[in-house]
Design a protein. Structure first.
Lengths: 324, 540
């Protein structure tokens, strides 16, 4: 019997591995639900079958009026049902809250969904398509966004799923606990090739991951791409060179407080840099006119990430002349 | 089950609502709720057939992991067509507009619904919406899924979204009018002595359903209108590139569509209460609790829409609140199942075909409801969301629950509607076939979903093939199960024995008038002196 159980387990585990930090707690909750609901279904089925046979028309079974007052039965099963439901509600909510809380020290990877591919950008500027290399036992913060429609980044082996919503950047996380290749699906219908918007998470040991980084470390990084883009989108025209008449220089801004027009001070974090490209007139740097056009609808999400990376790469540099 | 000793049974050669006038004109201009019910029956059977063919094509496609029968664009159009037609042009009108229209005035002892002309207008509006939806399909189809999620539907889709959304928009007014008609009818046209707590439970469930139809459908209309505005005029509502918010759509859509899920199950619960009471020869256990549970479901059902958005980047706190409310809305449903089971206790059970459908409902609805708990549990939903688990869950509710109840109700009232008896064993075989085929089709989909297979997948990884093949075989059996009633019910129209006023020996005013009923239902307005399901207690 136990051998049978073990082989069933192996079958399920082969089809759906349990490979992340949260997956064991998910599995325990799922199993508890399955056992509870299974017991209810089988119990009801047995009771109903007994009634059907015993109280079939014409059977000799006695049918005296019920002795227990019906309201007692009603109250019992209303209360019991509600209590059981509340247990599962609380249990599920507790794990959900943990799923939403990104642990400190998580490695950040930006994921851009696009019809019909997953575009992953590592912190060091490496890009991957339809594959995502991560080290084992390292919490990974995924920052999800989309360039077109809503997608959903799903890795069943990690019990992980989150929508990638255009116009929003949403964080989720996972920590893989077993090296291997695990399928990524797009779970939110996104058009013609929705069912082909797949990929794999490749979980590797720290050494192999480092080897992969060394191997894959070709091509330009995000900041370099961002520099080229800053010329293409015409940013460089005002934000670089010697002119500070129209626009502030980009060097030394990221991560520092920026005085803005109405006298407030704003921290130049990622969100500020991003908003300053999409909604430049929201927080105009003090001393400048609101002349920059909005780049919303012009710069796709992926390019935006590169531009922000470029500005951040200039954080330690000094502007040629101090900003006024 | 001898019709002769039931009072009110008269010679069926007298004029009734069917043989009064055979002209097409008399049908298309009828204000008789019974004829309008049959107009709906014909219309929704037609749409059920089209949507079922789409499902069959999808199941055949899914026999293999590759996309070999149709290309992706066609597959996407097939599941959209299946969803839109099944939801708006079959399930929502199924029990309310067919069985409800036919039976409600009879159950109340009324001569018709409160607004007979509005009732006919509802059908014409429904047909107009349906024709526009058909046009959208014939002119190239729609590939958004029945949920029309933005910004895909408003900006990116290359299908006839405008026409399809327009069709659903128009059909919505038919729902509103029917809901309004039923509410006023139940308030105003009850026979003398028919107090609220003497009403059959089917009437209670229709009342609860009508409340949802009237209150929720306008929100759908607004939402679809906004999609059309964005798509046609470029007004930014949902697309972030135009300054909109894609999640706003989901909030609006599910504010209608979650209550709409209860439109698609509450009437089924009502029918099942009738069937169980009749074939167990007992008053429904906890009658008042079951009646009030319907209203509780209708009201709480408005507060749970966010459980469709647990992974949409909705806030964690919103998720927690919606999860709690979703568990609470399941309590009244669970209570109903317990009460139906308790009704069988010390009953005197007969296994006629309608009762077999009711038993099927009980089993499948219970599984559908319990798997709903998995999806209401926040952490578990994260894994199961948008997978085949969800598909299996809502098919257990909507097909296993609502369609089983609809078939049960149709078999139960068929002798009343047509005056004829169908072949009993054929009907039992069909009920069992549908039950088996259904489980074989949809149970494997729970496992597929658990293993991670996403919904709306045209091409899928090869490890999911075995379960998909089983599911497709089940769909074949299910299809045969659905074809059987067409044959024996059709046959009964010509060869079936005369039914008499009350072939089941049931209580209820609809059984006191001849089958088929005369045009105005009752020659003399009945007076009600007893509660519903007044079967002699504790005897055979």
């Amino acid at each position: 019997m136990s051998a049978f159980g073990a082989s069933i387990y192996a079958l399920i585990d082969g089809a759906l591995p349990s490979a992340s930090r949260v997956s064991p707690s998910f599995d325990a909750l799922f199993l508890a639900l399955l056992l509870t609901c299974g017991t209810v279904v089988i119990g009801l089925a047995v009771v109903i079958l007994i009634f059907l046979v015993r109280y079939r028309a014409g059977s000799p079974a006695p049918r005296p009026p019920l002795r227990i007052p019906p309201w007692k039965l009603e109250t019992t099963w209303i209360t019991a049902t509600t209590l059981v439901f509340l247990v599962f509600f609380g249990w599920g909510a507790a794990i959900y809250a943990r799923m939403a809380e990104v642990p400190d020290g998580a490695m950040m990877i930006e994921i851009v969904g696009r019809q019909w591919m997953w575009d992953a950008r590592h912190g060091d500027g490496r890009r991957e398509f339809a594959e995502l290399h991560v080290p084992v036992n390292q919490p990974i913060r995924l920052r999800l966004t989309s360039e077109d429609v809503i997608h959903s980044f799903a890795v069943p082996a990690f019990r992980l799923k989150n929508d990638a919503v255009p116009g929003k950047r949403v964080d989720t996380w996972f920590e893989a606990t077993k090296p291997g290749r695990y399928p990524i699906y797009c779970d939110q219908y996104c058009g013609t090739k929705h069912s082909e918007m797949n990929g794999f998470v490749v979980v590797e040991t720290a050494e192999r991951f480092a080897a992969w980084q060394a191997r894959a470390g070709t091509g330009s990084d995000a900041a370099t791409r961002g520099r080229a883009l800053s010329v293409r989108y015409g940013c460089a025209g005002c934000h670089s060179g010697d002119t500070v008449v129209r626009a502030p220089r980009l060097e030394g801004i990221a991560g520092r407080p920026v005085p803005i027009e109405n006298g407030q001070i704003v921290m130049a974090d990622d969100a500020y840099l991003r908003d300053s490209i999409l909604l430049p007139n929201q927080h105009v740097a003090a001393g400048y006119a609101a002349v920059m056009p909005s780049y919303a609808c012009v710069v796709p999400e992926g390019d935006l990430l590169d531009l922000v990376a470029y500005i951040k790469s200039l954080a330690q540099e000094q502007p040629a002349r101090p900003a006024p | 089950m001898n019709a002769d000793d039931i009072p009110g049974s008269v010679d069926t050669r007298v004029l009734n609502y069917l043989n009064r006038d055979y002209s097409l004109r008399s049908w298309l201009s009828t204000r008789d709720h019974k004829r309008i019910a049959l107009l709906y029956l014909a219309t929704i059977t037609f749409f059920f057939a089209i949507a079922a063919v789409a499902a069959a094509l999808m199941r055949i496609e899914l026999l293999t992991p590759q996309g070999d029968l149709v290309v992706s664009d066609i597959y996407n159009r097939l599941f959209t067509l299946h969803g839109v037609l099944m939801v708006w042009f079959f399930l929502i009108p199924s029990i309310p507009a067919v069985l409800g229209n036919f039976v409600l005035p009879l159950m109340l002892g009324a001569r018709d619904v409160a607004f007979p002309r509005l009732n006919l207008a509802s059908w014409y509006i429904f047909v107009a919406g349906a024709l526009l939806a058909l046009y959208a399909i014939v002119a190239g189809g729609v590939d958004t899924g029945w949920t029309f999620y933005t910004p895909y539907s408003s900006t990116y889709s290359n299908g006839n979204v405008m026409a399809m959304a327009g069709g659903v928009f128009i059909a919505g007014f038919s729902s509103i009018a029917t809901g309004l008609n039923f509410i006023v009818t139940i308030h105003q046209l009850r026979a003398p002595g028919l107090t609220w707590f003497r009403l059959p439970l089917f009437v209670w469930s229709l009342y609860a359903t009508s409340l949802i139809l009237v209150l929720a459908t306008p929100v759908l209309a607004i939402t679809l209108l906004l999609i059309m505005l964005e798509r046609f005029l470029g007004v930014g509502v949902f697309d972030p590139k135009l300054g909109g918010d894609p999640l706003l759509f989901q909030h609006l859509f599910w504010f209608y569509s979650h209550p709409a899920v209860y439109i698609m199950i509450l009437p089924g619960m009502g029918v099942v209460s009738e069937l169980i009471a009749c074939f167990a020869r007992k008053r429904i256990f906890g009658y008042r609790v079951v009646a009030i549970a319907s209203l509780a479901i209708a009201i709480l059902g408005f507060l749970v829409w966010g459980h469709h958005m647990f992974v949409s980047s909705q806030s964690v706190y919103a998720g927690v609140v919606f999860s709690l409310l979703s568990f609470l809305v399941s309590v009244p449903s669970a209570i109903k199942v317990f009460n139906w089971t308790a009704t069988l206790h010390r009953g005197s059970i007969r296994f006629d075909a309608p009762f077999l459908y009711a038993l099927g409902f009980l089993a499948l609805f219970t599984i559908g409801g319990l798997t709903g708990l998995f999806l209401a549990t926040l952490a578990v939903d994260v894994h199961l969301h948008d997978t085949y688990f969800v598909i299996a869950h809502f098919h257990y509710i909507m097909v296993g629950g609502m369609v089983m109840a609809y078939m049960g109700g149709l078999h139960y009232w068929w002798p009343k509607i047509t005056g004829r008896i169908y072949h009993d064993w054929a009907a039992r075989v069909a009920a069992v076939t549908i039950f088996c085929g259904f489980n074989l089709t949809f149970f494997p989909q729970f496992i597929l979903g658990y293993l991670g297979m996403p919904r709306r997948f045209h091409i899928y990884p090869p490890e999911f093939q075995a379960l998909n093949v089983i599911s497709t075989i089940g769909a074949g059996i299910l299809g045969i199960g659905y074809l059987l009633p067409l044959i024996y019910l059709g046959w009964s129209l010509f060869r079936g024995a005369k039914a008499g006023a009350n072939p089941w020996g049931a209580t209820g005013l609809e059984w006191t008038t001849p089958s088929p009923p005369p045009e105005h239902n009752f020659d003399v307005t009945p007076v009600v002196t007893t509660e519903a399901y007044n079967y002699p207690e504790g005897t055979e």
